[in-house]
Every structure is written in C-alpha cells, then in structure tokens.
Design a protein around this ligand. Structure first.
Ligand code: FHN
Length: 591
C-alpha cells in the first residue's frame, strides 16, 4: 500500500483567509483527508453516535407543484422533476420559483416536531440539484429571498430555532449537480445555457455558497454532500477546505468518489451487517419520494419506522429519516402522525437507543439488542418484536450473571434463568408494546457472549448466508469477499475468481440424518469445486447461469450427519475446473 502525503496551501480571495487544510493522504487510488487523529475523530463523533436519530428534510421550489409539470408526474423523486421532465430553466422559474410562498412555514414548530419525534439533529437541503438556494445566497439572485414572493431566509430561521431548542443543525449541499448554473453538472436539456467550466461553477457558486452557509448561520454540526462526480483536485480541495471553517463539523462520504468523510452513508436500505470500523448512517424517506410529491402515498408504517430505528441502532448506526415539506411549508398529516408516534415510543424507550452501541449477539430470532457498557458491567436492551407465546425469551450465548432485569415500559421486574447456552427471561403474557417491547437486562462484569452457531430450524432447514461465512485466503483479494446486494438485495460472496480462496460455515445440529445441500449462486461459465463436512469432500459441478446477476438455486449434493454436534461445511474450488462464482447462500434441507 503506497501512501503519498500531500499538503496543499489554499488561499481564498474574499476572506483573505489562508487555509492550510490537513495533509491529504492517498492510499492506493483513494484520497482521504487525514485531518484528525483517531482520538480526535472519535471525540468529534461522540454526540453524533449518541444521537442515533436525525431528521432529513428535502424542501425546495419543486414542492410548489408537488413534483407535477404540465399535468404529468415525472418519474423518480419530486426534487428530480426538473431533470426527469427536462424542464427549461425559464419554465421552472415561472411554474415553481415565482410561486414559492410557504406562508404556513414556522421554523420553531418544525423543530419542535423533530424534538417530539426524538430526533437529535436536522439536515436540510440548502441547495439541491436544481441549483435553487433555500437561503439568501450572495453568489447570485437565484435564491429564496431574492427570487420568490416568500422573501425569507429559511435556513436562517431554522438555524436559529435549532439553536434555541438544542437541536444540532446541518446542511445538505449538492456540490456537483446544478441544473441552473452554466457550469453545474446534470442539465443536458436546456440549450439556452451558455456553458462555462465546472471549475468556474465551483469557484463562482459552490465554494462561496458553502462558505456562506458555514460562516453566516452560526454553529453548523453537519455538512452533507451529495452525488459526487469526477472533479479536479483544485475543485475538490476548495470544497473540502471550506468545512475547516466550522471546527468539529461532521461531513458524509459523498464529496468525492473516493472520499471517506466522517461517516459512511447508506441510502434507503439497512445493511444486514454493520460496516466494520466506520461510523455510518442510513438515510431514508418516510414515504417514497425525498421531496414532496403529491402522488406519493407510499408512507412507511409506524412499525416499520420504529423497527428500522431499532435495527439500525442495534448495528451501531444512525437513522436519518427524511420528511418533505409541501408548498405551504407544512408536513402532510401522514408524516406528522408518524413522527409523533415514534416520539411516543421514544419517550418510553429512548434510553435503549440514545448513547447505545451495537448488539454483542448474532442474529436474534425475536428482535434486536442494543447495549451500554460500564466499568462494573453492562446494560442490555432487548427489543422484542415477536413476544414469546410461552413467555420464555432466550438470549443465546449470554454467559454473564444477571444482576437485574425489568420491563422498560413499567419497570416491573422479570425473572431470568442462566443456562449452559444462554439466559432465559420469563416474560408476562402481554407485550407492553406491540411494535417493540424493551426488556432491560443488567449484567455483572465485562460482557461474555459465546458465539452461537446457526442450527437447523424445526423444519430441519439451515440457511448459511454469505455474511455468515469465513473466507480463507482472500487476504488482499478484491474477489471472494462479501458484498452488500444491489439496492438492498441479499449479500453475496462476490465474483469468487481466486481459486486459492475457499469458504466455510460452522454450524451445529441436534438432528442427525441426511441433508440435501442447495446453493444459490450465479456464474458466467461452468464451474467445478469440492464440498464437504469437515474435510469429507465430494466433487460438484455447476452450469453457467447466464450471467453474474442471474442467480439460481441448485441442489449440489447430499451429506450425512451421523450424530448431533458442531460441524463445518466447506466449499473449495477444484483447480483447473473452477470459474468465478457469486454465492448468496447454502441451504441444508433435512431429507
Ligand atoms: O439525487 C439525490 C436525491 O435527490 C436525494 O437527495 C438523495 C438523498 O440521499 N441523494 C441523491 C440520490 O442518491
């Protein structure tokens, strides 16, 4: 791994400020800014990791028509209407900009609603891809104060309200796509534009606006870049260095293609497993569209929203839930009632979300777990989605002595029983909360959790997923590693081209007998390998499935398990017969 250290001295005319951004380290092809020590980074992220829950707001002049143009509803999210309907700048001005007058907007009540929902920070679109500034931009008159009948600086009103209410405040800024400025990217339909260079757009608009947002709106906690595109090093440096204006500001990973930022961003999907060694956030619209779209009725249920929050927190991530103010500056009732319902749940159970860290357990059949660790012991928050009919909740692998256990809802104590395989919690017949009931379990000493091996279910089936596998010999290999599925699809062992790499799953069973072994995979060519239990291999060959994304499930072989116990199932390429596989899972089905 080659590291080139490069420091660049950048001087800005307007402020005459001399920024000496940090050293920029290039590791391989990826540029990251090593501006902080790991300790400094952790200290900066402390409030953010404690917050766990924030509000995303997509609001712009597209809300005037709810995404509609000339009686049509363009595809995609409403904030993309100008692009999808190829709306000329002049039309967008007359149909949307000139009519933007959200007189019902009240920043204080908006921020209070976020607080009521239990949200600890707000990130709002200061400028989206349409190039329209929802603040009094000094880079040009294409902004809410100079170009609309509303004439108020929405970002300023929200910044003040957030400060008064103790809510951290941040901006979303579309640094590359700008369908209004002649140098912005993305507008390939309006031929009235006399093009200038992208760097000119960055110099004339993006950097001055970002700097204005970071110097005139008080303490800004987050700068949320979006849709990175290739750009010159000068453009990248000048944009990145502006964030130095707000010490401690948190930025996401979307400034540049290879820019790590302070946290990884997942969009619309929750990863099955948390990314390792990075802070991360899932951003998701409360309905289908980010911006207000009058045809969008696809609101997520309250159950889905609360369980998403719990699921993400149980993996150590943050949930940035998006709302879409309408043309009059208010939220639809569907959004308000969902935020208030989440708030009611958080009022009772917020302790099990805020300041927690990821679950120490593997998959839990009945729900999720978050935790807090202290010098003397730990507090486990068991979020029970599926309340056990028999009143027995099994916590697999927990070895610690339980000191106290009670229901979060009413503090009623519950009994626990230590077993060799974990702890059984005895619960009342009725779940306190039908969406997610929290059982608090306080244990003594450092957490001790035995690794729980997957085992066949009552139906005798055992699904071994890609992200449950251990991959041998894949150090340094781009291939044969577990990848997140596209758009939230199942994870898979990616294009396993390296025939020296091989895979194993450990599992246990108390059901001896014969099992059919199935695999869900894709391969562009026929491929041969060996499969077996703990070294007892048999050769297998599979046919090409038509392409890397053409998955199929095939039975590979039959294995015999003589007695209950722990086993490893191994798949090893056969030299000379192996061709790259993408492998989603292996399933053992008892005959
Ligand atoms: O194109 C944008 C989209 O409009 C929206 O802002 C989302 C939010 O994360 N970001 C981009 C799509 O990834």
């Amino acid at each position: 791994m080659q590291i080139r250290m490069k420091s660049s001295l950048i001087c800005y005319g307007l402020l005459g400020a001399l920024f000496c951004p940090a050293l920029m380290a290039q590791e391989g092809d990826s540029w990251t800014y090593s501006k902080e020590t790991p300790e400094q980074h952790a200290a900066k992220m402390e409030w953010w990791n404690a917050a766990r829950f924030g509000m995303f707001v997509h609001w712009g002049v597209y809300s005037v028509t709810g995404g509609e143009y000339k009686g049509e509803m363009p595809t995609n999210s409403a904030e993309w209407m100008m692009n999808k309907a190829r709306i000329p700048i002049a039309d967008y001005k007359t149909e949307n900009v000139d009519k933007f007058n959200p007189t019902s907007f009240d920043a204080k009540s908006f921020v209070l609603l976020a607080k009521e929902a239990g949200m600890k920070y707000i990130v709002i679109t200061a400028k989206h891809h349409d190039g329209f500034a929802m603040f009094h931009s000094k880079a040009g008159p294409y902004n809410v104060v100079d170009a609309t009948p509303f004439k108020r600086d929405i970002m300023m009103e929200l910044a003040v309200a957030c400060r008064e209410e103790g809510i951290r405040f941040g901006f979303y800024y579309s640094q590359c796509q700008d369908w209004h400025h002649p140098g912005g990217l993305g507008n390939n339909w309006d031929d009235t534009i006399e093009r200038v260079s992208f760097d000119e757009y960055v110099r004339e608009k993006a950097v001055p606006e970002a700097r204005q947002l970071l110097t005139e709106y008080g303490p800004i906690a987050i700068f949320w870049w979006d849709t990175p595109r290739d750009m010159s090093q000068e453009a990248f440096d000048s944009l990145h260095s502006v964030t130095d204006l707000q010490p401690g500001i948190i930025t996401n990973d979307r400034l540049g293609e290879e820019y790590a930022g302070d946290h990884k961003t997942f969009e619309r999907q929750i990863p099955r497993k948390a990314p390792v060694g990075v802070d991360w956030e899932v951003c998701m619209p409360i309905s289908a569209s980010w911006g207000y779209k009058k045809s969008d009725t696809d609101f997520k249920s309250i159950e889905t929203l609360i369980r998403n929050l719990v699921d993400i927190a149980s993996k150590g991530g943050n949930y940035l839930l998006n709302v879409s103010p309408t043309g009059d500056g208010t939220l639809l009732p569907q959004s308000t009632e969902r935020l208030q319902a989440i708030g009611r749940w958080m009022k009772v159970n917020g302790e099990s979300i805020y300041e927690t860290t990821a679950s120490p357990f593997g998959d839990l059949e009945w729900g999720r777990c978050t935790k807090k660790e202290f010098a003397r012991g730990s507090t486990l928050y068991l979020h029970v989605f599926d309340w056990p009919a028999d009143g027995k909740l099994f916590v697999p692998g927990l070895k610690n002595k339980v000191e106290q256990a009670y229901l979060m809802d009413n503090w009623n104590a519950v009994e626990t029983q230590q077993t060799e395989d974990g702890v059984i919690v005895s619960l009342p017949a009725e779940a306190p909360d039908e969406i997610a009931s929290v059982v608090v379990v306080k244990v003594h000493g450092p957490l001790e959790v035995a690794k729980v091996l997957p085992a066949p279910g009552k139906d005798g089936a055992l699904v071994l997923l890609a992200d449950m596998a251990y991959i041998h010999n894949n150090e340094g290999s781009e291939q044969a590693s577990v990848r997140e599925g596209r758009r939230g699809g199942p994870s898979y062992i990616s294009r396993w081209s390296d025939e020296a790499a091989w895979v194993e799953w450990s599992f246990k069973t108390d059901q001896p007998g014969q099992y059919e072994v199935f695999a869900e995979f894709s391969t562009e060519e026929n491929s041969g390998f060996n499969i077996g239990l703990s070294g007892n291999f048999q050769p297998v060959g599979v046919q090409a499935t038509g392409g890397r994304r053409d998955y199929t499930e095939k039975m590979l072989c039959i294995i015999t398990i003589d007695k209950a116990g722990e086993y490893t199932l191994q798949i090893k390429p056969e030299a000379g017969q192996w061709n790259p596989l993408s492998l989603r899972n292996v399933t053992l089905r008892k005959k």
